[in-house]
Design a protein around this ligand. Structure first.
Ligand SMILES: [Zn+2]
Length: 416
């Protein structure tokens, strides 16, 4: 079955690459490339191209289901092992993924691999994603297009670019490009000559600054004073970010557990919720009444809140893409072989809708699918579903999208 899907995809990809231009990544001849087949993102790597012409011909003729390129620049990109390539430098890449940021939407589907229970996130008590309400085992979440989540993702991307890369690091906007990942997030490529030669340690420092993981919050407070004077929303850099972020978290918390989940101690969380309006008003003036310096862990609650403010919330730094200079990343404007969506370069982030603007596959052929479960969702300018245990004939683009979600299977009776 997967062979047949691979053949249908290959055919559609070839037609796409024959009629659309994919701009070669900058410094093409210094990059290593990797390509993949159905279900396997990298089958072959250490590929290089000597000219844009050769790169374009490869796409037209081979139509790989995945094509990635190195964030690194090399003297001999095709050489093996890695040490023989002669590393010249590397771009700085930041990756945003809706799943890793924990952004779930009401119409996402949760599935329990243990007992087979499933349902929509909006039907879970308090939207609590994670454990099966029937058997208590961990659940998986399958995401579907959601306008509100897209907005939140874009906000994270914009925060990174504006607040950190441009304002704090002074990187020119011209050296930053954004592309949709082709699946559930965005990639930010920083191709600044000034950053290219940074070693791994320097990259780790940048990521630590952006994530705020190593920030010592005590530094921002005037400790001997009582009540404690600290960041105000109008301050610059991390100071203002801390004040604005904490105000926003406190204002939107529904109950004590919302704060405890972000690492605030239960007693402090109760104190805050009892007197929330006054506390928020005081923080606006730079006064932080809930920090009690008589306690040894006085700053723990604030530090936890600050960690939860970072755009890379919860990500482990040593596995972060930004510091891995040997990594391969999807070629912008190539098609993602799981979803059939383009890893599209985005010029106007606000106006971009991946499920409309990044659809690369055509409607034909139609595939006969069995769909287990899918909510109503928007894709390629139309509304689909809801589907539940139903056989249905759907256009290629939306079929591949559903197959990639693992909620549908292709039936052999397809008419083509
Ligand atoms: Zn279960």
């Amino acid at each position: 079955m997967s062979d047949m899907i691979a053949r249908v995809l290959k055919d559609a990809f070839r037609r796409y690459y024959r009629s659309h231009d994919v701009p070669p990544p900058p410094d093409l001849e210094k990059r290593e490339f990797g390509v993949g087949d159905y279900g396997r993102k990298i089958v072959r790597r250490h590929i290089s191209f000597v000219s844009p012409r050769e790169f374009r011909r490869y796409l037209r003729e081979e139509a790989p289901l995945y094509i990635s390129y190195s964030v690194g620049y090399f003297e001999r990109p095709e050489a093996t092992p890695m040490e023989a390539k002669g590393l010249l430098g590397a771009d700085l890449i930041f990756e945003f993924d809706a799943d890793e940021l924990g952004l779930f939407a009401p119409n996402d589907l949760w599935v329990c691999p243990s007992c087979g229970a499933r349902g929509l996130v909006k039907d879970l008590k308090g939207f609590r994603v994670g454990f099966c309400p029937r058997c208590g085992e961990p659940t998986k979440v399958v995401t579907f297009p959601d306008a509100e989540r897209e907005e939140k993702l874009k906000e994270e991307v914009e925060t990174l670019i504006k607040d950190f890369l441009v304002d704090d690091f002074g990187i020119s906007k011209k050296e930053i490009s954004i592309n949709f990942s082709g699946n559930r997030g965005y990639h930010i490529h920083v191709r600044s000559p000034a950053l290219r030669e940074l070693d791994k340690e320097a990259r780790i420092e940048i990521v630590e600054y952006v994530t705020g993981q190593k920030i010592d919050v005590r530094y921002f407070f005037d400790v001997p004073r009582m009540p404690i004077v600290g960041p105000r929303p109008t301050d610059g850099g991390w100071k203002g970010r801390i004040a604005r972020g904490v105000i926003s978290i406190l204002s939107s918390a529904r109950d004590v557990s919302d704060l405890v989940r972000r690492g605030v101690s239960p007693s402090t969380a109760r104190r805050i919720m009892r007197d929330r309006e006054r506390i928020v008003e005081l923080i606006r003036q730079g006064i932080w009444p809930f920090i009690d310096t008589r306690k040894a862990d006085a700053f723990e609650s604030v530090a936890s809140l600050v960690r939860s403010l970072s755009p890379f919330m919860g990500k482990e730094i040593d596995t972060n893409t930004s510091v891995d200079i040997h990594r391969l990343i999807r070629v912008p404007d190539s098609i993602h072989g799981s979803t059939g969506l383009l890893a599209k370069s985005v010029d106007n982030l606000n106006a971009f809708d991946p499920y409309r603007d990044a659809v690369a596959l055509p409607e034909r052929p139609y595939l006969n699918l069995h769909v287990d479960f899918a909510p109503e969702f928007e894709f390629a300018g139309e509304t689909w579903g809801p589907f539940e245990d139903i056989n249905v004939e759907l256009p290629l683009h939306v079929s591949i999208f559903l197959l990639s979600k693992g909620v549908a299977s292709w039936r052999l009776t397809t008419r083509g």
